[in-house]
Design a protein around this ligand. Structure first.
Ligand SMILES: C[S@@+](CC[C@H](N)C(=O)[O-])C[C@H]1O[C@@H](n2cnc3c(N)ncnc32)[C@H](O)[C@@H]1O
Length: 214
């Protein structure tokens, strides 16, 4: 049976389509608007894919560890890094859900459209909390709750988007504070359930890890 990893490995070379580039621009733009980025900050992207967002934010950060479980997605990112002479983005093959940890902590962790592929979101949020430095920021972008029309038969879609208030509560239970959300982008595409063009809003939720003892 096909897994999400098979799907992403098979899609990597044609991933950067205009719809996904527009989404990544919307999400990276929202992160620039709502999160204080600094050339002293060490960041990690969870589920970086071909690095559309890591590459957009890297000029505003000290370093980005771009993490993904798909070797082929990371190979596309490696190629972009080499072609553009980028020296502060490091692709890393890791599956955080399988307990593979980067061995360092980050001032900022961001992620876009990866959370709905994670079955145990609650456990992942705990891992991300531990990976942040005190005062660190988490910025998560994903679909608002939808009816399944966004993905159709793509494998391992464990969540049909997220209810913002449910996700906020999960973050607060982990110890995050100052949780807030905005709409970062709206994807217009054909719905697999209705067959007609539908709007799929994507939120950006930001949250702060307290400065207290970790
Ligand atoms: C829908 S793609 C989004 C890629 C990229 N963030 C973007 O916006 O173009 C989801 C990505 O998350 C990665 N991913 C899903 N689950 C993961 C996990 N447990 N660990 C690491 N990467 C994961 C997939 O391999 C895939 O590249």
């Amino acid at each position: 049976m096909k897994t999400a990893k098979d799907y992403f490995n098979g899609s990597a070379n044609k991933w950067d389509k205009p719809m996904r580039v527009a989404l990544a621009n919307g999400v990276s733009g929202a992160i620039k608007t709502y999160v204080r980025l600094s050339r002293t900050s060490n960041a990690m992207e969870f589920g970086c894919g071909t690095g559309l967002i890591s590459m957009a934010l890297a000029p505003h950060l000290k370093h980005v560890l771009a993490v993904d479980m798909s070797e082929n997605m990371l190979a596309v990112l490696e190629d972009k890094i080499a072609r553009n002479g980028v020296d502060n983005v490091t692709p890393r093959h890791l599956d955080l859900v399988e307990g593979e940890l980067p061995g360092e902590r980050f001032d900022l962790i961001f992620s876009s459209m990866a959370l709905h592929h994670v079955k145990a979101v609650d456990s992942l949020l705990g891992i991300l909390f531990q990976l942040l430095t005190p005062g660190g920021v988490l910025a998560l972008a994903d679909l608002d709750a939808e009816d399944g029309g966004f993905h159709g038969d793509i494998p391992d879609v464990f969540h049909l988007g997220f209810d913002r208030s449910d996700l906020r509560q999960m973050l607060e239970k982990k110890g995050f504070i100052n949780v807030s959300a905005t709409t970062a982008h709206v994807i217009q595409k054909q719905s697999a359930t209705t067959g007609t063009t539908a709007a799929f809003p994507v939120f950006l939720m930001t949250a702060l890890k307290t400065l207290g003892p970790a």
